[in-house]
Write a protein that binds this ligand. Structure first.
Ligand code: OGA
Ligand code: NI
Length: 343
């Protein structure tokens, strides 16, 4: 038996624009509504920037470790990924969402039977609703882009035909840039440069791409594109489009991440917080949407292989600084978090 596809938010958005009424299941409780809770909208350059072309290594390490320790996020500029490669990734992704038929989209969705074991892959809506039954204003597509042995092409769109090439090209560049980031993050912890990469599985590190599609919404003041969360990943490297909407929590205030052309947004995720024994912070973030502009984003979640045990690095714990997290397999961590069990 195949699972009935729930109507996409993309389809709902068109219907909503016509009728002008927002389905009630999207309306957030007051404490979450964007306009009631956002402190800093607009182009305030508050999020730290890390410039990979900086030749003074010490300065670069300092900048990255400070960003990871205070904000848990930064804008990565001069990262070496050609803008053309990023543009191709974006246009094939946008074409998939806008030009393929519902049937073609469904072909990229996870067809596991309801109640069966469901891998997090393919096209769809957020699997779980919030505890209060509320829904988020977004659709997504999820698939691995590296290593080749872990890729399931069932989840990759067949259309446009250049989808595969554009994604494979981006994966090669992204690995180079994220390798540099992980090295700098290791040095920033006073470790040898390969320490974090190796603790995350070395060549087995998984690169999981998500495309987020946030259609325009008649009542952006009442909904969220994604609710507040921390990423499960080690780090997340995100390509945004030109429409802002991502917000991060800093000192109890929601702050909008400004759009900087050609920059990538890097988040510290839970696995790096654990490995660093809390020296680097997994950033709490959420997404707001716009009334008449489409936001899209292309985060890649860098994750350890499922069976790998992740715990605070032994080099970072001692009597003064005891381990704050219990070591566990990444798959068990993921299961507890997705099912909201105590970690
Ligand atoms: C996510 C996420 C942010 C964005 O997909 O986990 O936080 O800007 N996305 O789309
Ligand atoms: Ni996220």
């Amino acid at each position: 038996m195949e699972m009935e596809m729930e109507k996409s938010v993309q389809a709902l958005a068109s219907a909503t624009l016509l009728s002008g009424t927002l389905p009630a299941e999207f309306i957030r409780p007051l404490a979450e509504q964007p306009t009631a809770t956002t402190r800093h909208y607009g182009p305030v350059s508050m999020i730290p920037t890390v410039d990979l072309s900086e030749t003074d290594q010490e300065k670069l390490v300092q900048a990255i470790s400070e960003a990871c320790g205070t904000w848990g996020t930064f804008q990565l500029v001069n990262h070496g990924i050609p803008p053309e490669a990023i543009n191709r990734l974006q246009s094939v992704g946008r074409e998939f969402f806008e030009l393929s038929s519902p049937k073609e989209k469904e072909e990229c969705s996870d067809k596991a039977p309801a109640g069966g074991s469901r891998s997090v892959g393919g096209y769809g809506r957020q699997v779980r609703e919030d505890a209060d039954g509320k829904k988020v204003w977004s659709d997504h597509l999820f698939h691995k882009i590296w290593p080749p042995s872990s890729i399931n092409y069932q989840f990759w769109p067949k259309n446009p035909p250049s989808y595969r090439e554009a994604n494979e090209e981006y994966a090669v560049y992204l690995r180079e840039a994220s390798d540099k980031v992980l090295k700098l993050m290791s040095l920033g912890l006073g470790l040898e440069e390969n320490a974090l990469g190796e603790a995350l599985g070395g060549e087995q590190l998984q690169y999981n791409l998500k495309i987020n599609y946030y259609p325009p919404c008649p009542r952006p003041d009442l909904v969220l594109g994604l609710v507040a969360h921390r990423d499960l990943s080690a780090i997340t490297v995100l390509v945004p489009n030109e429409v802002p909407g991502l917000q991060v929590l800093k000192d109890d205030q929601w702050i909008e991440v400004e759009y900087i052309p050609n920059s990538l947004i890097v988040h510290v995720g839970d696995q790096i917080e654990i490995l660093s024994n809390g020296k680097y912070r997994s950033v709490l973030h959420r997404v707001t949407v716009k009334k008449d502009r489409l936001r899209m984003s292309w985060p890649v979640f860098l994750e350890p292989p499922a069976e790998l045990v992740v715990g605070p690095l032994p080099q970072l714990i001692n009597d003064q600084d005891p381990a704050k997290y219990k070591p566990q397999k990444f798959k068990d961590y993921m299961f507890s978090k997705l099912n909201k069990l105590p970690e």
